[in-house]
Design a protein around this ligand. Structure first.
Ligand SMILES: *[C@@H]1O[C@H](CO)[C@@H](O)[C@H](O)[C@H]1NC(C)=O
Ligand SMILES: *[C@@H]1O[C@H](CO)[C@@H](O)[C@H](O)[C@H]1NC(C)=O
Length: 159
């Protein structure tokens, strides 16, 4: 199936839930960049961690097990950003930035665009790229967050 067909299906699927709320923010042009579909297929926590500076490893493991999403469901962690992000930040940020962690500003600067690209992709595609993947997923949690407009932003980057 063509990517945009899948995507249209996903948007149609969440539209009834999202009418009273908002959908996650994303830049579609960025999400559709060539290579992303393969790069992020069946993405799980271990693979996200491998993309990021080492100082974030433990904090990602902790946050991904504490935010209420299935551990290896990156779509859920990304939509759950309001809950997920403070968990990682407190753990990883240095004291000078209000955290208990040991990441340097340079490491955080490396991580930011990587996390942004991962979450931009999953905000745009949600479960479309998780078909036939082995891990346990938590779509009910994700779609509940979306339906509740739980800190979600109106898409502001139409690409
Ligand atoms: C993904 O969506 C969540 C929920 O709307 C939002 O907080 C987060 O900033 C979005 N991530 C990106 C990269 O747009
Ligand atoms: C969306 O992503 C594309 C490709 O990465 C980029 O060129 C464009 O500036 C982005 N749009 C916005 C509004 O950020």
């Amino acid at each position: 199936m063509h990517f945009t067909t899948i995507l249209t299906g996903v948007v149609a699927l969440i539209a009834p839930l999202a009418t009273a709320a908002q959908v996650p923010a994303y830049n579609l042009t960025q999400a559709l960049e060539s290579g992303n579909w393969n790069k992020y297929h069946c993405m799980d926590t271990n693979r996200v961690v491998k993309l990021l500076p080492k100082c974030l490893t433990k904090c990602n493991y902790i946050a991904n097990s504490k935010d209420g999403c299935a551990y290896d469901d990156i779509a859920c962690h990304c939509v759950n950003y309001n809950k997920y992000s403070p968990l990682v930040e407190k753990c990883a940020f240095p004291k000078s930035m209000g955290g208990d962690g040991a990441c340097t500003l340079a490491e955080l600067g490396v991580a930011r665009p990587i996390v942004n690209d991962v979450c931009n992709f999953f905000n745009a595609t949600l479960y479309a790229n998780y078909v036939h993947c082995p891990q346990r997923l938590s779509p009910r949690k994700t779609f509940t967050l979306i339906a509740e407009g739980n800190g979600l932003k109106v898409p502001n980057q139409q690409g």
